[in-house]
Design a protein around this ligand. Structure first.
Ligand SMILES: O=C(CO)[C@H](O)[C@H](O)COP(=O)(O)O
Length: 222
């Protein structure tokens, strides 16, 4: 399975969103990662549907939407209507996670489940087969530009074993502090989808940085 790179829109320059989306369209990015924050689940507010609907019209890449909000199930239908490919919700924010995953599937999207850095990977044992992707947060969610939390490498190994034991094809995504140094180590540990924000958008040549991120990665298992 090839490694997927999904630049995080959280670090985009909103003063010129069209230029940022033109850059993403020209690049080897596979998806565009959208971070929705509500100021309650995380101590920050990002953007909502009007911005993502505008982006959807000018971005050629599939949208991978990460909801850092309470009760994300309220927005499943609207996210599908907006044209998202993947809807990721937090384990910590869903009382009925199994139901929410099925709602997402019923609306024709892929379902991701995100874990905060302090939530044990084992909490997902009983839903792993239903999830298309698990997002391991490698920073405490809420802000771009934070330092990578090292225990993510160990957590990736644990999750990779759990997925193998379940016999499922669930993808592993990591988000937070992903750069030229952490990316190869993450892929080596078993990550399939890399989300990178400030490393990409803060680079002098973001298109080249996305290509480098992909080419830096060790050859993946088949
Ligand atoms: O969503 C986040 C935090 O909530 C991520 O940190 C963000 O998507 C990526 O930012 P960076 O690559 O700068 O760490």
């Amino acid at each position: 399975m090839p490694t997927i790179v999904s630049p995080s829109m959280l670090s985009a320059n909103f003063a010129n969103l069209r230029a940022d989306m033109d850059m993403i369209n020209r690049s080897e990015a596979d998806w565009l990662h959208c971070d929705v924050m509500d100021g309650t689940f995380v101590p920050n507010i990002s953007f909502g549907f009007p911005v993502m609907e505008a982006v959807r019209k000018i971005c050629d890449k599939p949208l991978d939407v990460h909801f850092m909000i309470t009760q994300p199930e309220r927005y499943v239908t609207r996210t599908a209507k907006m044209g998202a490919m993947m809807m990721t919700v937090h384990y910590e924010a869903c009382v009925h996670l199994n139901r929410t995953i099925h709602q997402i599937h019923e609306e024709g999207m892929r379902a991701g489940v995100a874990l905060n850095p302090s939530t044990p990977v084992a909490m997902l044992e009983d839903v792993i087969e239903d999830a298309d992707m698990v997002l391991l947060m490698s920073v405490n969610p809420g802000f771009g530009g934070q330092k990578f939390i090292e225990s993510t490498i160990r957590r990736t190994h644990t999750l990779r074993r759990m997925i193998a034991e379940s016999g499922s094809n669930t993808l592993i995504q990591v988000d937070g502090g992903v750069n030229g140094e952490t990316a190869p180590r993450l892929v080596d540990a078993g990550v399939d989808v890399l989300v990178s924000g400030s490393y990409v958008f803060g680079a002098p040549n973001p298109v080249e940085t996305i290509s480098k991120l992909k080419s830096l990665l060790p050859a993946k298992r088949l």
